[in-house]
Write a protein that binds this ligand. Structure first.
Ligand code: XMP
Length: 517
């Protein structure tokens, strides 16, 4: 792997993603890992990330010079760059010339390893107080900026490189090219981390882990569980059984997407647990959002447990106990929970929704090395239907928390029809990948007066909640084109007779959340 040594920057994951975009497998490792540990992993290259400290600060994470002497190509970024300069005998000083944000870098050699084929002036993203003032002996300085007399250095013989700026952020115009030049020309690597190879490798791993045993997977209809299931299916075929709890709170066409399209495309063995009635009963008269969530969560575990027991029971009767449970854990979850096996499993297990103790499984997490965009590519490679691969985030409790008021079959039907129209028009306008998600909410307990044809109406409002976001932690309302909004509003009020008003939610998060409940 290409190892990204995390010096505590918010950018380490981003660097790893950029390396993956260059078709090379990369992993983030904490700076607390010692040099022997890192080198034992036989890294193809090491990238030292930026970090919040000054290299002179008390407790600043140190760089072990042994990493630079092992013959492994190393690329330092910002703090990583400065710690390389120091470890190699150069000087880093507080020059008083701080640089934050965009600045211009002057490239002195556009034929060098890092800057080959790039312009001699390029916009770069900086965030530093200290600067390298004297370069280490034997290296070439190949760039300067107004605030950094030594802004990049290269040493082809020892394969050591670094830049003061952040090539991983998109504000550094040629950042990805600099990174790729390091990886391909500097480190001599070939980009072979492609969806096709990833599938091959993961299938092999999963096959080895599972052996002859049986596996269970709970499908939600979302991207992660679907791609994970498709991968395991490819690895072990009918040893896998998928369980799909149809709680009746999905949007129009989504249950069919799983039960028909997905099954047809992948050939997975699917057990459907039709629990629509139980969910409606459990939700009867419940209006408090938290109560709703609890009721849905409770019913979900019950239904999943029933279905799981059935599968486990019949597998056992055949003499093949079910030993594994598939989880769609992704790489960011693994990194955020410390990268340790234990930590990640606690989180995953929590996602399972707490199956009872006598249903104990080992977890199979085939996607735990992948970023979301890679999961999508792998999904496409495996032939998972595009409707699933590109599905926007959708909450587990589904439409249950998009009806403000009690959930009934009739209200679900109204919301489903309105939501379908909104989705159709957003897709037709080519906006699917511009917005993060667009909840459509029915205010079931609110009525307003309207007029349609010659008659007075007394109907319900539908709320459109299109948002843009990076990770759902914060969000902004999407500035959708007025003509698209007009089209959606016109169609909903015409085609869904229970609805006589469409309103747009123009609240960011915070203070609003993305969902209404
Ligand atoms: P909020 O409403 O908290 O939503 O801003 C943030 C993101 O999480 C989704 N969401 C959920 N996803 N189970 C889920 O799997 C849930 O209970 C749940 N509640 C909210 C929401 O759609 C948004 O993407």
């Amino acid at each position: 792997p290409v190892l990204v040594l995390d010096f505590g920057a918010q950018y380490a994951q981003l660097i790893a993603r950029r390396v993956r975009e260059a078709n090379l497998y990369s992993e983030v490792v904490p700076h607390t890992a010692d040099a022997a540990e890192l080198l034992a992993r036989e890294p193809a290259a090491i990238i030292l990330s930026g970090g919040p400290s000054s290299v002179y600060a008390d407790g600043a994470p140190p760089l072990d010079p042994a990493l630079l002497e092992a013959g492994v190509p190393v690329f330092g970024i910002c703090y990583g760059f400065q710690s390389m300069v120091r470890a190699l005998g150069g000087e880093v000083e507080r020059t008083g010339l701080r640089e934050y944000g965009s600045t211009m870098a002057n490239i002195s050699d556009t034929g060098s390893t890092l800057f080959n084929g790039q312009p001699s002036e390029q916009s770069v993203w900086m965030s530093h107080g200290d600067s390298a003032s004297t370069p280490p002996e034997g290296v070439r300085v190949t760039a300067t900026t107004p605030g950094a007399p030594v802004a990049a250095f290269e040493d082809d013989e020892r394969k050591l490189y670094g830049v003061q700026w952040h090539p991983e952020v998109m504000h550094s115009t040629f950042g990805q090219r600099v990174l790729e030049n390091f990886l391909y020309a500097g480190a001599g690597l070939t980009g072979d981390w492609t969806a096709e190879n990833v599938v091959e490798t993961l299938v092999e791993q999963v096959r080895e882990q599972i052996g002859e045993d049986r596996v269970l997977c709970a499908l939600s209809g979302g991207v992660d569980s679907s791609v994970a299931a498709a991968l395991v299916q490819k690895a072990v075929g009918d040893q896998l059984t998928c369980v799909f709890v149809d709680h009746g709170l999905l949007r129009e066409g989504e249950a069919e997407q799983v039960e028909q399209d997905f099954v047809e495309a992948t050939g997975v063995k699917l057990v459907v647990n039709d629990a629509k009635k139980q969910f409606l009963e459990a939700l009867d008269g419940v209006t408090d959002p938290e109560e709703k969530r609890k009721a849905i969560g409770r019913e979900f575990i019950r239904a999943l447990e029933r279905a799981a027991r059935e599968v486990v029971g019949s597998a056992e009767a055949d003499g093949h106990p079910v030993k594994f449970l598939v989880q769609g854990t992704l790489y960011p979850d693994v990194v955020e929970s410390g990268g340790g096996e234990g930590a990640a499993n606690i989180k995953s297990h929590h996602n399972v929704g707490g199956l009872p103790d006598d249903l104990q499984f080992e977890l199979i997490e085939p996607l735990r090395s992948l970023f979301k965009d890679e999961v999508r590519q792998v999904g496409l490679e495996l032939g998972v239907p595009e409707g699933i691969v590109w599905r926007q985030p959708f909450p587990g409790p589904g439409l249950g928390i998009r009806i403000v008021g009690a959930v009934t079959e009739e209200r679900l039907d109204v919301l489903r029809r309105a939501d379908k129209i909104a989705r159709e028009e957003l897709t037709a306008a080519g906006l699917d990948r511009d917005i993060w998600q667009c909840p459509v909410v029915l205010l079931a307990d609110v009525r307003s007066v309207g007029v349609q044809g010659d008659g007075r109406t007394y109907g319900h409002p539908i709320v459109l909640r299109p948002v843009s976001s990076e990770d759902a932690m914060t969000a902004d309302w999407s500035r959708l084109p007025y003509d698209v909004l007009a089209k959606i509003s016109g169609r909903i009020t015409n085609e869904v007779e229970e609805v006589n008003r469409v309103v747009l939610d123009v609240t960011s998060k915070p203070p609003g959340t993305i969902e209404w409940e």
